[in-house]
Design a protein around this ligand. Structure first.
Ligand code: ADP
Length: 364
């Protein structure tokens, strides 16, 4: 195609585009309506005249309405062009903002100035949608950063110490003590990685689950007792005494899922208790609900920490000294959602914390 033809085609495209623009369409629509009204009115007058309903002398007043109609058409069309701006400009801004969002800029917002009626609502709902998308994006980035950090750190450490041991095979430069220390670190970091992978898989599984399957009947008190036994090594190693006050309760739910919740909560109570401390687990059957409280006499948390503990990968100790990866309570929160349970925390720095789970009753 020659350059001239191409230019012509582009020009025609541009013209069609401007003709298709909402403002032009709206203005043309008003013009057509007014024109049709004028033609119909004039036709009606002529019809009345030809049927002799209007004597010829009455034709003179016919000129007046025709003039009125024509001036209405001109004024109406010009006005429509201006009024159209009120509708079309906000829509144009909305289209442009949508395009920005599509390209990944979630910071774009629309001001509701000079905007009328429903368009103001439309702008507002666009802004709240952008707020949500921005928050989700921040959360996603945060998750990816924490995820890669948590995975990379042990891998880098394992690789470093494994290389040192490899070199030692040729150079014999390490002492027995150093060799033992390095293999211990490798074993510890591998355990950490295994725990992290299994926690992530559990969390993803529960997050994607909308319906709880495999529900069975079991003794809730017995399940809690078994969890405490499972953690025996941890609490005996730190001289922690466990007190149990458990009503006998038959519950109906996915047993494995609920056991995971107690394991994480009681595990934390032990982990964050001082040496020689006490952990109290209480399970009470009330009229409208079942309440499980896990109380420790450990280090406690401040308001800011309480606010964030259910976030994925959050650990108040940023040095990540303590065992764990900050996913335990995110899993607890998801299980509580699936069980329609209420989860609450009370804590005081230096005094300890109580995690309470209010389970809905089992209907007979
Ligand atoms: P992890 O225990 O693996 O670090 P969690 O998601 O179970 O991860 O807990 C997140 C954070 O919440 C912990 O790192 C800790 O700072 C705080 N936390 C949880 N339980 C307790 C508790 N019983 N006492 C004090 N702090 C706690």
């Amino acid at each position: 195609m020659s350059k001239k033809l191409k230019e012509k085609a582009a020009e025609r495209k541009k013209r069609i585009h401007s003709l298709r623009s909402l403002r032009t369409a709206y203005t043309l629509l008003v013009l057509v309506i007014l024109l049709s009204a004028g033609i119909i009115t004039a036709g009606f007058y002529i019809l009345l005249y030809s049927l002799n309903f209007i004597p010829s002398a009455a034709l003179t007043p016919l000129i007046l309405p025709i003039i009125v109609i024509i001036s209405c058409m001109i004024i109406g069309t010009v006005l429509a062009g201006f009024v159209g701006k009120l509708f079309i400009n906000p829509l144009r801004r909305l289209i442009a903002a949508n395009e920005e969002i599509r390209q990944g800029n979630f910071k774009v917002r629309l001001s509701g100035q000079n905007v009328i009626g429903e368009l103001d609502n439309l702008m507002r709902s666009f802004n709240s949608m952008a707020d949500e998308l921005e928050a989700t994006e921040l959360f996603r980035n945060d998750f990816i950063n924490s995820f890669s950090h948590e995975f990379k750190t042990p891998i880098v450490s394992i690789r470093g110490f494994a290389r040192q041991l490899q070199r030692d095979n040729e150079q014999h430069s390490l002492t027995d003590e150093q060799r033992k220390e390095y293999t211990d670190i490798i074993a510890y970091e591998s355990d950490r990685l295994a725990r992290l992978s299994s926690n992530i898989l559990t969390l993803i599984k529960f997050e994607n689950q909308q319906i709880v399957t495999d529900k069975t009947q079991f003794y809730l008190d017995e399940q809690i007792r078994r969890t405490v036994l499972l953690l025996e090594k941890q609490w005996t190693a730190r001289d922690i005494s466990i007190e149990l006050e458990l009503d006998e309760i038959i519950y109906n739910f996915n047993e494995e899922m609920l056991a995971q919740m107690w394991l994480n909560l009681i595990g934390n109570a032990i982990k964050f208790s001082h040496k020689g401390g006490t952990v109290l687990v209480r399970c009470r059957k009330k009229q409208d609900f079942i309440c499980v409280d896990i109380t420790d006499s450990g280090e406690g948390m401040n308001e800011e920490t309480i606010h964030r503990i259910f976030d994925k990968f959050y650990q108040s100790d940023t040095s990540h000294k303590s065992e764990g990866n900050g996913l335990g309570l995110a899993i607890v929160k998801r299980i509580a959602e699936l069980a329609n349970a209420e989860l609450s925390v009370k804590s005081e720095i230096g005094k300890g914390s109580t995690f309470s789970v209010k389970l809905p009753p089992v209907r007979d």
